[in-house]
Design a protein around this ligand. Structure first.
Ligand code: GDP
Length: 522
């Protein structure tokens, strides 16, 4: 038997969740299973460093740590897992969204007492754009939880996503006894997770004995119902993003985590092929290609070096190779790529499709850039997401306005903020999805460009990319609102709305205009 090829073994995924659902705890536990113990501590170190707003050193430190935790690679059950970190809490930003364009699957972590929360829903929608398959982990069963049928119903209704439970919880809170593996009729006990108990079915007396007497029958009836009434797992529907397998557990108690990692190994897809403008690119092609989905500025603000995170899409990326940056046509020597292998650093001089490599550069690489071995491939790339916070940038020293423009352009190319230049010539507006990005902008403008700026609230709350099939209609719209139209970094027109109400009103009034909250990278 031949060993599976490097591409088939890879599982590149991210965790999507609302803050406090247990992403950090689960990440740690997954890494423990994969043997990457040293890294697990650093995940926690990062989580403890949340109070970093307006603390420049704190932001710097956080960035330093997150270079390490941006990609966590570990091996388990014959698979190589790349877990891409999705910044949450205070450091929630566009990077969180962009990272989801570089994964092949995602784990959705839900707090069993709370169900679907706002951030989970938003991140789910970003996954849906690319039909990314989702495995659901319902966490914190060791606390009082909502009824499992209720939780599944909520997933189906609010996300329009079919569910197929793989395991079923046996009680919750203080009475949480473990889970029932619905496919194999095996019970895994909380107190002896590594000693599975084979049963004849939900009514096996061995199971009854594990449950609190007063509730045993109810729980067993539930398992019976779950087995009989719910959808079986359908791999095709999962791969197309229409159905999610659901597992229950407690990350804190390291329970259900092995089920989850087994499910990823079994169901989650290996690296997918990508559509370039000219053709389909298969991950097993021999020639290397990849795209930049995230840029991170380095620790030392005096050196403008950046790390570009490249997701390899095909072939093999090897230290020292020359790559073509398709946007400029120039060659780039990959002399010091950083490989993220937690366990085995010495085999880490090459990366395959699905892997992520950090490439140090001085601003040469931008988000969405494609690297190849010579072919002019352009991937559909990384979209822009409408910002949730807009601020006008004011500078007291008017003489430095030009320098500010350049600096803002640089920051926007790097993906720190989005930049909107109003058509009426008024001050630039920056947009972000997470407030910490604004602090980073102000601090970096001061530290790297010597520019002291103030960010002021503007009368605008929302930004939408506008387009129309008939250019004359767009022209008419733009003329009607000269003070509300701006252009983004690529010159695409953007409508700035004062409120959601205002936006809805204009949408109704201008039915031929499309107002988009996502712009695909061109
Ligand atoms: P994150 O914000 O999603 O990364 O969540 P954390 O992993 O930091 O967890 C938030 C809080 O929930 C912490 O206090 C964790 O100890 C706790 N927590 C996480 N998983 C579980 C669990 O399975 N059971 C219980 N009881 N608490 C948990």
């Amino acid at each position: 038997m031949t060993a599976p090829d490097p591409v088939s073994r890879r599982r590149t995924f991210a965790i999507i969740s609302h803050p406090d659902a247990g992403k950090t705890t689960l990440t740690e536990k997954l890494l423990l299973f994969g043997g990457a113990i040293a890294l697990a501590g650093e995940v926690r170190a990062k989580a403890n460093r949340r109070q970093t707003r307006s603390d420049w050193m704190g932001i710097e430190r956080e960035r330093g740590i997150s270079v390490v935790t941006s990609v966590m690679t570990f091996e388990y059950g014959g698979c190589v897992f790349n877990l891409l970190d999705t910044p949450g809490h205070e450091d929630f930003s566009e990077d969180t969204y962009r990272t989801l364009t570089a994964v092949d699957s995602a784990v959705m972590v839900i707090d069993a007492a709370k169900g679907i929360e706002a951030r989970t829903r938003k991140l789910f929608e970003v996954c849906r754009l690319r039909d990314i398959p989702i495995v659901t982990f319902i966490n914190k069963l060791d606390r009082e939880s909502r009824d499992p049928f209720d939780l599944l119903d909520e997933i189906e209704k609010t996300l329009a996503l079919d569910t197929a439970p793989i395991t079923w919880p046996l009680g919750s809170g203080r009475d949480f006894a473990g889970v029932y593996d619905l496919r194999h009729d095996v019970v895994r006990r909380l107190e002896a997770a590594d000693a599975p108990l084979k049963v004849t079915g939900p009514n096996d007396p061995a199971l009854t004995a594990l449950l609190p007497p007063l509730e045993a029958q109810t729980i067993q009836d539930q398992v019976e119902l779950a087995r009989a009434a719910l959808k079986p797992f359908d791999k095709q529907a999962f791969l197309e993003g229409h159905l999610t397998p659901v597992l229950f557990g407690s990350a804190l108690r390291t329970f259900g985590v092995r089920d989850l990692i087994d499910a990823l190994a079994e169901f989650a897809p290996p690296p997918r092929g990508l559509e370039a403008a000219s053709r389909h690119v298969d991950p097993r092609e021999s020639k290397m290609s990849g795209f930049v989905f995230k840029i991170q500025a380095n620790m030392d603000p005096n050196h403008r070096d950046r790390i570009a995170f490249v997701r390899v899409s095909s072939g093999k990326l090897v230290r020292g190779m020359k790559a073509k940056l398709v946007r400029t046509g120039k060659n780039l020597a990959l002399n010091a790529p950083q490989f993220f292998f937690a366990q085995d650093r010495h085999v880490a001089d090459e990366a395959y499709a699905g892997d992520v490599v950090g490439i140090p550069n001085h601003g040469t690489l931008r988000i969405g850039d494609t690297l190849t071995e010579g072919e002019d491939l352009v991937f559909r790339g990384v979209p822009s997401f409408a910002p949730e916070i807009l601020r006008r940038v004011k500078i007291s020293d008017a003489m430095r306005a030009k320098k500010l423009r350049e600096a803002l352009q640089q920051m926007a190319e790097e993906g720190v903020v989005q930049l909107f230049l109003p058509n009426d010539g008024s001050n630039a507006i920056v947009g972000v999805v997470g407030a910490l990005q604004l602090d980073v902008l102000v601090e970096r403008l001061a530290a790297e460009y010597g520019l002291v700026v103030a960010l002021e609230t503007s009368r605008f709350e929302l930004a939408r990319w506008v387009s129309a099939e008939n250019p004359a209609e767009l022209e008419k719209f733009s003329r009607a609102y000269p003070t509300s139209i701006a252009v983004d970094l690529d010159g695409a027109p953007v409508y700035l709305a004062a409120s959601a109400w205002d936006l809805r009103y204009e949408q109704e009034k201008w039915p031929e205009i499309t107002f988009a909250d996502i712009k695909d990278y061109q």
